[in-house]
Design a protein around this ligand. Structure first.
Ligand code: ADP
Length: 340
C-alpha cells in the first residue's frame, strides 16, 4: 500500500515537472537548428495549404526531445495530440479503435514504434498511405474484409532503434530525422530556462559544469537540475553554485564526463573481466544484471560518442581512452579489433 502510494505520488510529481518544463513551441526548443529549420518549412507549408503535415519519424537516444517535438508540432498546427506507444498496442483492434476515433487533422504519436508487432504494423501501411483501414471480420470460411475510411491525420513515430523498423514502414514517413546529442552550451541554455521556470537559481559556472555532465541529453540536464535544487534546499543554500552542484552530483555518482554508475560498471567489466574485450553485448548484460536493450539504447551510444567504447565485429571493446579515464594501465599488446 505504502509503496503504491509513494510511486503514484512520484509519478504525479514527475508528470507536473515534465509539463512545466516541456517546451511548447519551436522557439523554446533549444538546439537541433537544422531540424528546426526543416520543420519550420514543413509546418509553414502545411498551414498555408490548410493540410496536415506529412508523417514524421524521429529517431535517436532517449531524452533528446522526440516526444517534445510531437507535442510542439500538434501545438503549432493547433491539432489534437493522441499518444500511444508500440508496446501498448497489443492487438490490431487497439490500433483500429484508436485510428477510427481520430478526427480530421489529429496527430497520432506512437512512441517506441519499433516495438509495434509486425502483424499489427501492416494495418499502418494503408492507414498512412490512403487513410483507410482494411479490417478482417470473422474468421475461417466466413471471414471477409471491409475497408474503413479514416479522417486525415499525421502519424509521428519515435524510436531509439531505427534499424529495427521495417523498410515498408520507414518509407511511408515523408519526413525522417535523427536527433543528435546536444553540445554543452545548448544544454546550459536548457538548464537556465528550466531554472527560471522552477525558480531554482543556478550560477553560470554551475550550469555549464552541469551541462557537461548531462550526457548530451536534455532530460538528464533537467533531472540533474531538479536534484541539485533539492540538494541546495536541504542544505539551506539559496542558489546552486559550482561547489553545491559538484557535491550534489557526487552523491549521484556522476563523474565529470557525465558517466554514471552503470557506464563505469560496463567499462570496468570489459576491462577487468574480459581483458578489455571484445565481449558480446548479451554476455556483458548478463554479467551486469541489465537488459541488453538498455545497454544498446542508453549506455553504448554515449560511451561511443565519448570514444570510450568501440563496437567491433566480435563484440564490445574498451578503448585506450577508457583505460585512461578509469586509471587502468593500457596493455601494450591490446587487440584493437575491427569496427563493424
Ligand atoms: P524523448 O521523447 O526523445 O525520449 P522528450 O521529448 O521526452 O525525449 O524530452 C525529455 C525532456 O527534455 C522533456 O521534458 C523536455 O522538457 C526536455 N527537452 C528535450 N529536448 C529539448 C530541447 N531541444 N529544448 C528544451 N528542452 C528539451
Amino acid at each position: 500500500m505504502e509503496s503504491s502510494y509513494t510511486s503514484s505520488t512520484w509519478e504525479k510529481e514527475e508528470e507536473s515537472f515534465e509539463k512545466e518544463i516541456r517546451p511548447k513551441n519551436l522557439k523554446d526548443f533549444k538546439g537541433q537548428s537544422a531540424l528546426k529549420d526543416k520543420l519550420h518549412v514543413l509546418l509553414g507549408a502545411a498551414k498555408k495549404r490548410k493540410e496536415s503535415p506529412c508523417h514524421c519519424l524521429f529517431y535517436g537516444p532517449p531524452g533528446l526531445g522526440k516526444t517534445t517535438l510531437a507535442s510542439i508540432i500538434a501545438n503549432e498546427m493547433g491539432s489534437r495530440l493522441v499518444v500511444t506507444s508500440g508496446p501498448a498496442i497489443e492487438k490490431a483492434g487497439d490500433l483500429a479503435g484508436m485510428m477510427t476515433n481520430l478526427e480530421e487533422g489529429d496527430i497520432l504519436f506512437i512512441d517506441e514504434i519499433h516495438r509495434v508487432n509486425r502483424n499489427i504494423e501492416e494495418y499502418l501501411y494503408p492507414a498512412m498511405e490512403d487513410f483507410s483501414l482494411d479490417l478482417l471480420l470473422d474468421s475461417g470460411p466466413s471471414a471477409r474484409s471491409v475497408q474503413v475510411k479514416l479522417n486525415r491525420f499525421t502519424l509521428i513515430g519515435a524510436t531509439t532503434r531505427v534499424g529495427l523498423i521495417s523498410s515498408p514502414l520507414r518509407t511511408r514517413f515523408g519526413f525522417t530525422s535523427r536527433l543528435d546529442y546536444y553540445p554543452a552550451e545548448v544544454l546550459q541554455n536548457i538548464i537556465d530556462r528550466s531554472s527560471h521556470i522552477l525558480d531554482a537559481p543556478i550560477d553560470t559556472k554551475a550550469s555549464l559544469e552541469m551541462a557537461k555532465r548531462s550526457r548530451g541529453t536534455p532530460r538528464i540536464a533537467n533531472n540533474l537540475l531538479r536534484w541539485a535544487r533539492d540538494y541546495a534546499e536541504m542544505h539551506n543554500h539559496k542558489s546552486i553554485d559550482l561547489s553545491v552542484m559538484k557535491k550534489a552530483l557526487k552523491m549521484l555518482e556522476i563523474d565529470e564526463k557525465g558517466l554514471d554508475e552503470m557506464d563505469i560498471k560496463i567499462l570496468t567489466t570489459i576491462i577487468d573481466h574480459h581483458e578489455g574485450g571484445p565481449v558480446g553485448v548479451k554476455t556483458l548484460a548478463a554479467a551486469l544484471g541489465e537488459e541488453d536493450t538498455t545497454l544498446i539504447e542508453v549506455n553504448e551510444p554515449y560511451l561511443m560518442m565519448l570514444g570510450l567504447l568501440k563496437i567491433t565485429l566480435r563484440g564490445r571493446q574498451a578503448t585506450k581512452l577508457a583505460y585512461e579515464h578509469l586509471n587502468r594501465p593500457y596493455p601494450s599488446q591490446h587487440n584493437d579489433g575491427e569496427i563493424s
